[in-house]
Design a protein. Sequence first.
Lengths: 338, 323
Amino acid sequence: MKKMIMKRLALLVFVVFGVTFVSFFLSHIIPGDPARMMVGQRASEETLKQVRGQLGLDQPVWIQYVTYVKNVISGDLGTSIRTQKPVLDDLTAFFPATLELAMAAFFIALLIGIPLGVLAAVKKDRFWDHFSRLFSISGVSMPVFWSGLIIILLFYGYLGWFPASGRIDLNINPPTRVTGFYLIDSLLSGDIVAFKSSLKHILLPALVLSYAQLAVITRQVRASMLEVLGQDYIRTAMANGIHGWVLLYRYALRNALIPTVTVVGISFGSLLGGAVVTETIFGWPGMGKYVVDSISYLDFPAIMGFTLLISIGYVLINLVVDLTYYFLDPQLRESEVD
Amino acid sequence: MLLEMKDVSVEFTGMRGSVQVLKNISLNISKGEILGIVGESGSGKSVTALSILRLLGNNAKTSNGEILFNGTDLLKIRTKEIQALRGKKIGMVFQEPMTALHPTMKIGRQLAEVIERHRAVSKKAAFRLAVQALKDVHIHDPELVAAKYPFELSGGMRQRIVIALAMAAPPDLLIADEPTTALDVTIQAEILNLIKELNNKNDTSVLIITHDMGVISQLCQRTLVMYGGEIVESGSTNGVLKNPKHPYTKALLNALPDLADPAQPLQAIPGEIMDLRHRPNGCSFAARCSIAGEYCRTHQPALVEILPQHYTACWKGEKEQND
């Protein structure tokens, strides 16, 4: 297993290199001049040239690229043209919020999606199967900006149970930063008030975000549960008197989860990407707004930094997916020993 | 009587209507007895076995009859009650040991899981009993095997474990559906001996389903022959094998290779097994029978006692006796 992890991490280097290459040239090919954006329409040619020189934009593209890669290797992602701060600082400021939201949504999606898929498989072609289909498909079909507004209207507008925006109440101090996750940091510092407040804040956006992912998980769990439930060993287990929850969860689901893990991994990736819109609706101070603003400002270093981060994220998720296989399938563990 | 099936019929319902796969099956097994059911694939042997435990799929319907187990009709009790009975009172062993075990659960855990179900024991005690159960089916190093996954074991080992699972309670009745078919010949004998030994030791009744006359002659006191979802002959194993009355039984026995004269070509039964969707009006074996006459094709024979405790469903058989 160690060998596999090492291999994957080595692969990560190549993936990241490839991603920087593609995204660098793509972002530099599109028309637009960040220097012009910086100095404004009425600035003189002189100033423009000077700024270009500062940003290194007067160099040929491939030299710019080599310089960029060199800097990245030494841990420097460049300075954001828009915020004038190091990109790395910006990312570490905004990314934990996005990751926390995505993980919360992921957790909710699994918590609802897996049982719903199991239920649909067990009650195949009956009420709960149709219900689960309708519920999960409506999740993918409904755009996030719409379901987000509906949920805000209901839980904030009418019921007033949950706040509609932000990560924490304005009059409560954010917990001391350790991981950047408010939920974890507040627990670490024993600040229950802050924990409660951030839990209340994350619930609605996480719910909206998870709703869109629910279908993938539910449908996959249903399909693989149906397959597993038809297998011989389930019949043996039944003949031996195993039934009910033990049969469903300890016998069937465990093996049904193996194909599900792949889908779930991909779905987590799209959660990270999909968080952008949700963040905008719920005023969540994450990567979403930062990236959108950076793109409209042609803030190359910021765009590149974000792309880099997401691609590393994808590779790591895939690694986690593979490690989960090892955990679920003893045959894989065994073959590794040889 | 431990188990009494009376006039049980089973229908499978599909997209294109329903098919009767079992037709008025009656059989009984007394305590400690080993009963064999023999027949070709598709004769309804396995369906008979599965119908006892109510393990047929949702598309199957047991349309009439009763299955009395210790006097209780298994077809009438609630799902919860039959679930409680499975494994505890009636155990079952299946044909394919390679796929019959939970692929990602250790052997010891699988056994303990079943033992915990049937006996009021702690988790720790259940695991100890699991190791003992492995010992009972003659597995060397039971502790070692208990810590393994099914894919690390051979087919013979796995079938022993499947038997250990079925015998965990131990049950009053063990149903073994082709328990040796998927195994090597040398392993087959061991598994059969094991079943016989467990039968002796616990006085467990055994219903063994097979297409192998050798298995029948080695194990069973009484034998039923099935064809097309019906019982065509039944009697003591000796009587059925030595003095078969039904042409189908005779044909089955003729199809066996003669070890004394290996040069002789094998006698296959002509024709194919009946298409259950088109049941003939008369005897279901008539189309393949060498002695069937016009009467056989239009009139259905009933199972009649042709010799003491020896039954057959054949017009010709009766005639033979009449002659």
